[in-house]
Design a binder for this molecule. Structure first.
Ligand code: ZN
Length: 506
């Protein structure tokens, strides 16, 4: 086959593989929102068959042969063309897939499934001994995977690269250390501020029907397209792209915690806006998929925190919320905005505010590095966790369920995944700053637009700078082009400092 024909064959093969993958995504969505409990066994069988089929297609030797031929064309191609990007990403995915022996892939998938079940059972009783053997097996298998895949400097890099292509422990450590140095003093200043939020404001009675209606109104206002998506309740919120024209979000409502459902919905809508902004014509090819978890998270955190927790946003939405909730009648705008930006150290990452959140991630990053570097054994994790928790947040967990056993990630085999959450926050701040600059008026200019209910310019800017590109550029390059800056903690700290100094009267 000549190079062009090889490329066309690869493209057709990739689109078919992605279509099978999208059926899996739909099965997963259904399982989390609609499936009756008795359907579980049959669902497991469906997922098993499709997963096996996908693995076979991804490691098909014909893909390797076609890539060898298509690469011959690369020198003649524009380095920024769709052709170049697709071949680069197909090669990356193929190399990784074939380097992992099938037995190892199967063993890891099984250990992750069993680990997650064991974690769910053991967590309520903080039963570490029941969970530990599963975790030990997962760490062992993922280390083995790192050796099979190969890495830049150390095993951790091989795992991180799967979620955030191009990043390594060495590239992240200085950025995260700089962040920690500045976050801790800012947190202390906020905690010592004379002005503090009324914490009872968000735990009043918020009827579920009204919450659902306000969430729909808000996600539509920021640009979520209900002709090409839907929102449903679930136990663990997520967003999923089934395919072009079908992006679904879920959230969890709590009658006495307004923030849980509302900001959960905006967060997932932020992910969904990215997915809805990727051109459907590229579906199934690298130019038609999101580029990394960090960049994905930058979209959700930008809309959740920088937009939906801004004063301008609530100038627009508080009157609308007041119409729906009796408990908000007469509540002052400033008091409400302060309440949705309540900062205090807490034990649980997923409930953390945007100031303390990254300290939770730094804790996990430190422990993961120690595990992968062989400086920490899984059995010693509970003690190491508590020690880091005291050092970073000044808290001691009362039990393991609220400590080392709180996250599902490690039980599901996801090591090297946590840093992408912080990357998301850093990229979000860099994008928000650049958008303010280019759209005019800086953060204040954006705030005025939000107050007028005008979110389209910001979404349009993100579409143009991030969404339409899919994986055409590697994450760092995409962000460099969008923001004109290198990855760093500075924009995030500028954003936090300005916002919290104003809010807390520092
Ligand atoms: Zn997210």
């Amino acid at each position: 086959m000549p190079p062009r024909e090889s490329y066309d064959w690869l493209r057709a093969h990739a689109v078919e593989t992605a279509t099978i993958g999208s059926a899996l995504a739909l099965l997963h969505w259904d399982q989390s929102t609609k499936m009756p409990p008795a359907g579980h066994a049959h669902r497991t069988a469906q997922v098993g068959i499709l997963t096996k089929l996908l693995h076979e297609r991804r490691t098909d030797p014909r893909v390797g042969e076609a890539l060898d031929k298509a690469r011959a064309e690369l020198l003649r191609e524009d380095p920024e063309s769709e052709f170049t990007a697709n071949v680069r990403e197909w090669q990356r995915a193929y190399d990784r897939a074939v380097r992992i022996p099938t037995e190892l892939a199967v063993a890891t998938a099984r250990a992750a499934a069993e680990g997650e079940t064991a974690w769910k059972r053991a967590r309520p009783d903080s039963d570490w001994q029941a969970f530990l053997p599963h975790l030990e097996e997962i760490v062992r298998l993922r280390r083995e995977e790192a050796e099979a895949v190969g890495y830049a400097n150390e095993p951790y890099d091989a795992l991180l690269d799967e979620y955030e292509p191009g990043e390594t422990a060495a590239s992240l450590e200085p950025v995260l250390a700089g962040l920690r140095r500045e976050l801790v003093p800012l947190l202390e200043r906020i905690l010592g501020a004379p002005r503090q939020p009324d914490r009872t404001l968000l735990t009043r009675h918020y009827p579920l029907g009204c919450q659902r209606a306000l969430c729909r109104e808000a996600v539509a206002a920021i640009g979520f397209d209900f002709e090409a998506g839907r929102i449903d309740p679930t136990a663990h919120p997520f967003s999923t792209r089934i395919g072009p024209g079908d992006v679904r979000i879920t959230t969890r409502y709590n009658e006495h915690a307004f923030g849980e459902g509302f900001f959960g919905a905006i967060h997932e809508a932020g992910h969904a806006l990215y997915s809805q902004g990727i051109p459907g014509a590229h579906f199934g090819t690298p130019c038609g998929v999101s580029v990394s978890l960090g960049v994905h998270e930058s979209q959700s955190r930008l809309w959740e925190n920088m937009v939906a927790r801004s004063r301008g946003f609530w100038r627009h939405f508080l009157p609308r919320a007041e119409e729906r909730f009796d408990c908000l009648r007469g509540v002052e705008l400033d008091a409400f905005v302060l309440a949705v930006n309540d900062v205090r150290p807490s034990l649980i990452r997923v409930e953390a505010d945007e100031v303390t959140y990254n300290l939770h991630v730094l804790l996990r990053f430190g422990l993961e590095l120690a595990l992968l570097r062989g400086r920490l054994e899984p059995r010693d994790l509970p003690g190491a966790w508590d020690e880091s928790m005291r050092a970073l947040l000044g808290l001691t967990p009362p039990d393991l369920a609220d400590g080392v056993m709180q996250d599902v990630h490690w039980s599901a085999g996801l090591l090297g995944y946590f840093p992408t959450y912080t990357l998301g926050n850093l990229y979000a701040a860099q994008l928000f700053e650049a958008a303010g600059r280019e759209l005019g008026g800086g953060p204040q200019g954006l705030d005025e637009r939000f107050a007028a209910g005008d979110f389209a310019p910001l979404l349009g800017w993100l579409r143009e700078k991030v969404h339409v590109h899919g994986s055409r550029f590697v994450p760092r390059e995409l962000m460099r082009r969008a923001t004109g800056a290198e990855l760093g903690h500075e924009a995030f700290m500028r954003y936090l400092t300005a916002k919290y100094e104003a809010l807390y009267g520092l």
